[in-house]
Design a protein around this ligand. Structure first.
Ligand SMILES: [Zn+2]
Length: 75
């Protein structure tokens, strides 16, 4: 379940909520003053999404040597 970040427009408090993607657009209330707050773009959430595709080749390449085809090694 992704973490979403919110910032309260009234008291400027930053807070995070763990909620299902299906509820990501629902209003979130500030824990301090209960004003409906705006969702910020979450760096953490975008990292989770990236790990499915873009980050896997990097992880494999760093631990698997040079035999991925880039250096001509035929092992
Ligand atoms: Zn607030």
């Amino acid at each position: 379940m992704p973490v979403y970040e919110y910032v309260c427009p009234s008291c400027k408090t930053d807070f995070e909520l763990l909620r299902p993607i299906t509820k990501m657009d629902e209003a979130a209330k500030c824990p301090d003053c209960e004003v409906i707050s705006d969702r910020k773009l979450s760096v953490f959430a975008s990292m989770l999404m990236g790990s499915d595709g873009a980050m896997l080749p990097m992880a494999g390449g760093s631990g698997g040597g040079c035999c991925g085809g880039g250096c001509g090694c035929s092992a």
